[in-house]
Design a protein around this ligand. Structure first.
Ligand SMILES: Cc1cc2nc3c(=O)[nH]c(=O)nc-3n(C[C@H](O)[C@H](O)[C@H](O)COP(=O)(O)OP(=O)(O)OC[C@H]3O[C@@H](n4cnc5c(N)ncnc54)[C@H](O)[C@@H]3O)c2cc1C
Length: 381
């Protein structure tokens, strides 16, 4: 089995394959000693269970649990609180640096003696009825019954192939995320905030003794906001977010990334399957995308474990994978897209409807339990 990309999804897939007795060979474009990526990940409790089963969870440091989530909308009534205790899980989710997770997975790949070739960029993939073959940028060729593309959806954008297929579902939200870490006057006490505003959602995720901020703004505003000097940025954030955590005291350098929905689906071409961000890129609201990607990896490995060796990568197996992932992926895509479109506007009727929705969520525990389980375990949770 060949896996393109040793990001979290590719690495989890390789480790899960090994648990099912299947050998994977991973090709990663970055060198082994690449500079650590500074982005932050929000893992659901369901993703923790996957990492637990792979023996990776206990090796992770710098993990901050989310005990409660406070959901509100700016300038209107309605608020809801979700709590881990209420639905009897240790945490609703966990916040950790991307670099922490990839480093732990890298050690696990090494300990499991899974072959990983670093600094090898895959340039081209082709397949026929008998096997799939890939060519590296250096011109080497490798073949296997199946190629799993876990390249984060990036290959189609650079000079390197394999080109991603045209997305079946896509939307440009004309929104950009401004991300950084902020210190607030009040300690976070493991509470996350999701605040909806007409310009887009803003999230504060507890991370160490600070918060990771994801501030969504229109494309036109985001670069301007990110470029504010610290004092101006902190004051603007206070106006945008409100004073629930007191004043904002400091902020790390800001980064931006564009937000879109692109879903190529799991419908697999002959002997080639895309998983993780390579298959679907979601808006970060409600933290669905990354967790769906880990479930892609886990489910694909489980299915491979249940498939006779001779049928690995066959059209029947890949069709079964696509069928099995459909509800979870489309559920996550629909849920995320619904939140962005219904909450990112200032239409009075919708504002009142949203307020009623949040009040109902707050007042009706079974609904809270449903939403929380949906966010933790996905549409099939
Ligand atoms: C800037 C940014 C900020 C984000 N912030 C958040 C956040 O705050 N919270 C959150 O939950 N999610 C966030 N996300 C989303 C999250 O990073 C992804 O959901 C997650 O990384 C997907 O994992 P993956 O393994 O599918 O892809 P990636 O993590 O992108 O890993 C893909 C891997 O494939 C390798 N690769 C690419 N092309 C090739 C090739 N041709 N040959 C070989 N290897 C290749 C890459 O080097 C990389 O190691 C963010 C994404 C971005 C881009």
């Amino acid at each position: 089995m060949l896996i393109v990309g040793a990001g979290p999804v590719g690495a989890v897939c390789a480790l899960a394959m090994r648990q099912h007795g299947i050998d994977a060979h991973v090709l990663e474009a970055q060198p082994a000693d690449a500079r650590a990526d500074t982005r932050t990940l929000a893992l659901s409790y369901g993703s923790r269970l996957i990492l637990d089963r792979l023996g990776v969870w206990d090796t992770l440091e710098d993990v901050t649990p989310i005990a409660r989530i406070h959901i509100s909308q700016r300038g209107a009534l309605g608020m809801a609180r979700l709590s881990a205790a209420a639905i009897k899980v240790p945490a609703l989710g966990y916040v950790l640096p991307y670099a922490t997770l990839t480093a732990a997975l890298k050690r696990a790949l090494h300990d499991a003696e899974i072959a990983v070739d670093y600094a090898v960029e895959v340039a081209h993939i082709e397949s026929d009825a008998a096997c799939a073959a890939l060519r590296t940028a250096a011109g080497d060729t490798l073949a296997a019954p199946m190629v799993i593309v876990a390249d984060g959806g990036r290959s189609g954008h650079g000079k390197s192939a394999p080109a991603a297929p045209d997305p079946k579902i896509s939307r440009d939200y004309d929104q950009v995320a401004v991300v950084c870490e902020v210190q607030t006057e009040l300690p976070h006490a493991n509470q996350a905030f999701e605040r909806f505003t007409p310009e887009g959602p803003a999230a504060l995720l507890p991370k160490g003794d600070r918060y990771a901020l994801v501030w969504t703004a229109s494309t036109a505003d985001a670069q301007r906001i990110a470029a504010f000097p610290d004092a101006e940025f902190l004051a603007a954030l206070y106006r945008h977010f409100g004073g629930r955590q007191g004043r904002f005291l400091s902020a790390s350098p800001r980064k931006t990334f564009p937000l879109k929905l692109a879903c190529a689906g799991s419908e697999a071409n002959a002997r080639v399957v895309r998983i993780g961000n390579a298959a679907q890129t979601l808006h970060p609201v409600a933290g669905q995308g990354f967790n769906i990607g880990l479930r892609d990896a886990w489910e694909l490995a489980s299915l491979c474990g249940d498939t006779p060796v001779g049928a690995l990568g066959s059209p029947a197996m890949l069709a079964a994978y696509a069928r099995g992932r459909r509800v979870d992926v489309l559920g996550g895509v629909g849920f995320t897209d619904f939140l962005v479109r219904v909450f990112s506007n200032d239409i009075a009727l919708l504002r009142h409807a949203r307020g009623l929705g949040l009040l109902a969520l707050e007042a009706f525990p079974p609904l809270k339990g449903f939403v929380a389980r949906r966010m933790i375990f996905g549409a099939r949770g």
